[in-house]
Design a protein around this ligand. Structure first.
Ligand code: SAM
Length: 310
């Protein structure tokens, strides 16, 4: 898996903010954060040191996941609204002016953006924007406000709505429920799904992807890990007002690579299917390059149409 680079300026800003605290203070705050996540509770980010720990241990990953989801947008947006923006990961992802909405006034602005301090459960009057995004914030709301926020976000999305949640069963449930709500509201699903029909994984499995993120030395110190990277698991959906070009198929797992054979689990328009690509297959070279989460053609060539199960 390729490592998603963090913009150097963002990394510098994170480390500069963190340098105001001792490693012990940051480690204690990171432990409080982890404990909240383990219990499925929203992290309390009311103190400056808690927010600094979030910047070090979570922002690189949430930035990378949003960037990955937004890379599916089939157009160049001219305006972007991010709801539940936190430290403003969206400002580093958007190629255009950004409005960041969050109730917490303590987040630093590392990049120029318009800040609106507001409650997501009763938003003030906001202008429609080409893209609206909500990343890692739906899970902090209870069901009724969450449904209301999705309707509002869709109303404010001139062209696209991007939702990103943790790649856990619960995060996926929020995404798949929002997906249904958006389809009922007339949205076209552009990614990751190859269709706007009911999700075949709902109730049986959870659809999620991963992006590899570099860990700084400070991050490793705070989390007690030794690896120089982590794999951030996320679920997402990109819904469009029109012009969706969904993938023919989407790779749902790490490809299983053997010497003469690659097995791909693919979400296809009709079902989840396991495709076997052999060396003789004209798709062999493409299959060697494809990764979990990528788009993939669905139609298997005649000689490999029946998956080989051994
Ligand atoms: C886990 S952080 C995610 C931040 C950012 N989107 C990211 O991906 O890094 C969740 C953010 O949602 C905000 N939030 C949660 N509930 C909110 C509400 N009711 N109104 C406004 N902001 C809210 C929190 O203040 C926090 O900044």
């Amino acid at each position: 898996m390729q490592t998603a680079p963090l913009p150097a300026e963002l990394l510098d800003a994170i480390l500069e903010t963190a340098s105001r605290y001792s490693t012990a203070e940051l480690a204690a705050a990171a432990a409080r954060l982890s404990e909240a996540y383990r219990k499925g509770l929203p992290p309390r980010l009311n103190s400056a040191v808690d927010r600094a720990a979030y910047l070090v241990t979570r922002l690189p990953a949430t930035y990378a996941a949003l960037r990955r989801a937004a890379a599916e947008l089939p157009f160049q947006p001219g305006s972007w609204l991010d709801l539940g923006a936190g430290a403003g990961a969206a400002a580093w992802v958007a190629p255009c002016p950004v409005t960041l909405v969050d109730q917490n006034p303590g987040w630093p602005d590392f990049r120029p953006a318009t800040r609106v301090h507001a409650d997501l459960t009763k938003l003030p009057d906001l202008e429609p924007h080409d893209v609206v995004s909500i990343a890692y914030a739906l899970n902090e709301l209870t069901p009724t406000p969450r449904r209301w926020l999705i309707d509002e976000a869709w109303r404010l999305a001139r062209r696209a709505l991007v939702l990103v949640e943790p790649g856990t069963p619960e995060g996926f449930r929020h995404v798949v429920e929002a997906r249904k709500q958006l389809i009922e509201a007339g949205a076209e699903i552009h990614a990751p799904c190859p269709h706007s029909a009911p999700c075949p994984l709902e109730g049986t499995d959870w659809c999620h992807f991963a992006v590899r993120v570099e860990r700084t030395r400070l991050h490793r110190q705070l989390k007690g890990g030794t690896l120089g990277y982590e794999d951030e698991k996320f679920s997402y959906v990109v819904a469009l007002r029109g012009g969706a070009r969904p993938a023919e198929g989407r790779v749902l797992r790490h490809p299983e690579v053997q010497r003469n054979l690659i097995r791909l689990t693919v979400c296809a328009p009709e079902r989840i299917e396991v495709q076997t690509v052999t060396r003789r297959d004209p798709r062999w070279r493409a299959a060697r390059k494809v990764s979990w989460g990528d788009r993939w053609p669905v139609l298997p060539p005649p000689e490999t149409s029946v998956p080989d199960e051994d």
